[in-house]
Design a protein around this ligand. Structure first.
Ligand SMILES: CC(C)(COP(=O)(O)OP(=O)(O)OC[C@H]1O[C@@H](n2cnc3c(N)ncnc32)[C@H](O)[C@@H]1OP(=O)(O)O)[C@@H](O)C(=O)NCCC(=O)NCCS
Length: 193
């Protein structure tokens, strides 16, 4: 088997040097984990390089930050490498300006067999007034993989608070909708030949 570095260079996985410390889930029988273990927060000051000519944060750049913040929660829950399988519909509720402090908070809503739905909520923080304004939210699905890119089982999520229980239920419904949409696309492709 090659080194960690070689293996990583072959994979479209989220990783950072610290990820080398993550343990691979070799037995596939990890105990259930509370949502609180995956909660992650990321802060970014919006720089000119992230912005359009109007000095507003580019939508694609925000999606990149959302992907990274979501991956953090998925890594923490699964204690493995992850790949992004999908990002659901996203609304950009308000512009974010150069110099703004962007806060992204993520957690795993529910885990299935090898996949996890992660919710990411984004705010702009006014550090002078000490207030936060919600600017976007998204749901992403990550799939846990080992260092060779093979899918690995993920532990179940234990929702504890009322909010977490609601998100858990909603995540199940969204998974069904995603599956139906995938089936619909497959049928369309077959019909087109
Ligand atoms: C995501 C990926 C691993 C799924 O592989 P696959 O062969 O389609 O696997 P399966 O159909 O067996 O699905 C595996 C799991 O992923 C989930 N999944 C697959 N496609 C999905 C999608 N579009 N949205 C949400 N979940 C999805 C399945 O529901 C299943 O979950 P479960 O094990 O919890 O039941 C594969 O498509 C892949 O590697 N994609 C590229 C990932 C990547 O490079 N991401 C970065 C983009 S730049």
């Amino acid at each position: 088997m090659g080194s960690w570095r070689e293996a990583n260079s072959l994979l479209p996985v989220h990783f950072a040097p610290a990820n080398l410390l993550f343990m691979e889930s070799l037995d596939g029988h990890q105990p259930p984990r509370p949502v609180s273990e995956s909660v992650s927060e990321m802060a970014e000051v919006v720089l000119p390089n992230d912005a359009n000519p109007l000095n507003n944060l580019l939508g694609g750049r925000l999606m990149h930050f959302i992907d990274i913040a979501g991956a953090m929660a998925a890594h923490r829950h699964s204690r493995s490498y992850v790949v992004t399988a999908s990002m659901d519909h996203i609304d950009f509720l308000a512009p974010v300006h150069v110099g703004d402090l962007l806060i992204l908070r993520s957690s795993v809503n529910r885990a299935f067999r090898t996949s996890m739905e992660v919710g990411v909520k984004c705010w702009v923080e006014n550090y002078i007034a000490g207030t936060r304004r919600h600017i976007a939210s998204a749901y992403l699905t990550f799939v846990a993989v080992d260092s060779r890119g093979r899918r690995v089982p993920v532990p179940a999520v234990v929702p504890e608070t009322e909010e977490e229980k609601q998100r858990y239920e909603d995540a199940g419904r969204r998974r069904e909708l995603r599956k139906q949409e995938q089936e619909r696309k497959r049928a369309n492709q077959l019909a087109r030949g």
